[in-house]
Design a protein around this ligand. Sequence first.
Ligand code: NDP
Length: 289
Amino acid sequence: EGLASLIDGKLASAALDSAVAAQSAALAARIGRKPCLAVVLVGDDPASHVYVRNKVRRTEAAGMISQEFRRPDDLGEAELIALVETLNADPAVDGILVQMPLPAHMDARRVVEAIDPAKDVDGLTATSAGRLVLGADGLRPCTPSGCVWLARQALGDLSGLHTVVIGRSILVGKPAALLFLEQDCTVTLAHSRTRDLPEVCRSADILVAAVGRPEMVKADWIKPGACVLDVGINRTDAGLVGDVAFGPSEKIAGHITPVPGGIGPMTIAVLLANTLKAAAARTGEKITD
Ligand code: NDP
């Protein structure tokens, strides 16, 4: 019996990282400094620490400068915004990432809006979101961009394909729907109130699961041969699992991302690509191949 071909996010992200590294070195030679990403981490959420460590390591490996700012859990929102404003004003900083989630006493939306849109490498400010809706040039959210990148690599032209996105968060689901629309897909955006979700999913050529419920998507929700992109990262007693029941789904899908090693590594690759893009835009340079 056939198995889906595995979409190797590690391999794809390594390829994107090395392309970004080469372009970053070329840009650095022209502007006299390396692109720089500032990462701000508040508190001691263990998963956030792992993500930030990986981001720092990959930024440096791509020949860019990484600045890391760690602050305690009890940092005030005004102090965090002051830090963001200092980074906005620093000409050597090209990208600013504030690692989510923030402590509960902060308004994450207010903090994100403090980021200069020119340095918004996570693509989460209202300005970046507005540009995405308008189809104007701008910095796009990393995780959904990684989904589009992997789908294009697996399928080529996505034009006319039906993409079903499950989940409508600001971070993943909603921008994913807009990014697949930009690829000329026909898009359905499903969520917790969607009626007969399994039937909706069965009509998907591309199925993006961004829910945060371990193995919610069953094999019989998948159209034979479909491309399945599993964004979910769920910690269970059995280890890390996605939002898709991988084992049985692998027998139905045409392409499928594993968890871990699928969308996760691509998210960081896009972050680095966005940092390069921000550095080029801020210095009036073009990115060269
Ligand atoms: P959120 O919790 O913000 O959003 C979850 C979405 O899923 C909501 O829109 C919700 O619908 C929907 N949902 C919840 N239950 C159901 C259900 N039973 N049926 C249909 N839809 C449902 O999560 P995020 O978007 O931030 O993250 C989703 C997952 O992706 C998480 O596991 C997260 O860890 C992971 N993630 C992975 C990243 C990566 O780099 N790989 C990056 C970011 C996130 P409603 O709006 O109606 O409540």
